[in-house]
Design a protein around this ligand. Structure first.
Ligand code: GDP
Ligand code: IMO
Ligand code: MG
Length: 429
């Protein structure tokens, strides 16, 4: 059965989206990234080998799938070419099946510089960004001054736009470091050179996707980051600068929002966060360390340690609601194997009402209230059949379903593609 399916993270990113994309890819024809950029890090374990994708859709790993970078993605051409080169080593040439939207906005070197300089300076709120220029590139997009892919092929417009950009960025950069100024001629040459290299990949994503729909092909919309990092719906200002929620698909691809058939949400069986920002269920004790070590919780893009904590069902059920989730894939349940007790946050104590908290996502002063479930010592690792799952682990899963109001359709029991219990297949049979 052909379907348009969206797959997105329900927490603060790194839920295991790459692994789940890989699991579903055998039954799809095309995959589209619609937001974010090379701030993402999606890990796949294929035939025992670890592969990490940042900007390319993770489905690119599968040779029969056409992959798109939609208009909502911000593209660093340096990062794109470097990833295409890396991909060449293990999947060969991808030129014929990667299409980059002419309308996508570019991340220029000055975006990266200013992102890093701002984060390093002591003034202002430190977000703990990935330093990839994502925020500044989206600021330009909303500010109506981005350089888009299509501009690369009009040298006159490109020069004017770069000059205008440098008027702003060289002024800003000088405020932090006068030695890092950008030179217009060097930048223009670099853009023109990269334009040539990019040519074979440039295309019209709207018409391509429309054609695939006409032919009844299945398309996967691959979310990056997670719903709690959405700049509108997440824990603002500690968010990324795109709509990482379901709503990002329509403007990020060029597709009607009513066309998505199935919304799959990915959540860990616990919670992690990289960078700054509130995290009510964060564990700063030996259980937090246990989870971090057992789950190898280190950022796939920046190598930073991920903060770890218990599953927060207050936030998870909000993400389920806001993203119209039809089914959850619960990942990394195996990481909880061996714990005596497992907790889930079901409410907050706070001077604010729950409605106020969820409207503003002001989580600084909330105190989590937990339910405590029995842990399990038999391994769930690698299990593929629900009936083989330890009964206490099954109770944990059922409790998540009840608290979040959505069925857990897939349970991921390890990092490899095959480590999964599929209870209901989102793409049908
Ligand atoms: P993404 O950004 O959502 O694609 O997730 P990342 O790749 O950044 O981080 C998820 C990490 O967990 C990766 O190292 C995966 O290999 C690993 N992983 C995914 N699913 C599972 C699972 O069910 N169990 C275990 N132990 N590891 C998993
Ligand atoms: P994937 O797709 C986890 C976080 C950063 C920082 C905030 C803003 O692998 O799940 P940015 O560089 O986007 O301006 O940083 O967002 N962040 C992520 N955290 N996983 C990601 O991607 C992330 N992408 C950005 O750590 O807190
Ligand atoms: Mg990641």
């Amino acid at each position: 059965m052909s379907k348009l399916i969206s797959l997105l993270g329900l927490q603060w990113g790194d839920e295991g989206k790459g692994k789940v994309v890989d699991l579903l890819s055998k039954d799809i024809h095309a995959a589209v990234r619609y937001q974010g950029g090379h701030n993402a890090g999606h890990t796949l374990i294929v035939d025992g080998k670890k592969i990490v994708f940042h900007l390319l859709p993770s489905s690119i790993c599968h040779k029969n799938i056409k992959c798109f970078l939609g208009r909502g993605v911000v593209i660093s051409l340096d990062a794109l070419f470097s990833e295409i080169n890396d991909a060449y080593k293990f999947i060969g040439d991808i030129e014929a099946r990667l299409i980059v939207s002419k309308a996508a906005c570019l991340i220029q070197p000055y975006h990266i510089k200013i992102d890093q300089l701002r984060e390093r300076s002591r003034s202002g709120t430190k977000i703990g960004t990935t330093g990839r220029g994502i925020g500044p590139a989206y600021e330009d997009r909303v500010g109506r001054r981005s350089i888009r892919v299509v501009d690369l092929y009009n040298p006159k417009t490109l020069k004017v736009k770069l000059e205008e950009a440098l008027e702003i960025y060289n002024f800003l950069i000088k405020r932090y470091d006068k030695n890092q100024q950008e030179d217009i001629n060097e930048l223009l040459d670099k853009n023109l050179e990269q334009a040539e290299k990019l040519k074979p990949f440039v295309g019209n994503v709207i018409s391509e996707v429309k054609n695939l729909q006409k032919k009844n092909k299945s398309i996967l919309f691959e979310g990056a980051q997670g719903a709690l990092l959405d700049y509108s719906l997440g824990t603002y200002p500690f968010v990324t600068s795109s709509n990482s929620s379901l709503g990002g698909i329509a403007p990020g691809v060029g597709l009607s929002a009513t066309k998505i058939d199935y919304s799959l949400g990915i959540s860990k069986a616990y919670a992690t966060r990289v960078g700054e920002g509130p995290f009510p269920t964060e564990l700063k004790d030996e259980i937090g360390t246990y989870i971090a070590e057992k789950g190898f919780e280190v950022g796939a893009t920046t190598g930073r340690p991920r903060r770890c904590g218990w599953l927060d069902a207050v936030l998870l059920s909000q993400s389920v609601y806001l993203n119209g989730i039809n089914g959850i894939c619960l990942t990394k349940i195996d990481v909880l194997d061996g714990l005596e007790k497992v907790k889930i946050c079901v409410d907050y104590t706070s001077p604010l009402s729950k409605e106020d908290i969820l409207e503003t996502m002001s989580l600084d002063d909330v105190k989590p209230e937990y339910i405590e479930l029995e842990g399990w010592d038999q391994l769930t690792e690698g299990i593929t059949n629900f009936n083989d799952l330890n009964k206490k682990a099954a109770v944990f899963i059922q409790t998540v379903e009840e608290l979040c109001g959505a069925p857990v359709v897939i349970i991921s029991t390890g990092p490899r593609r095959e480590d999964a219990i599929i209870r209901e297949y989102p793409l049908g049979k």
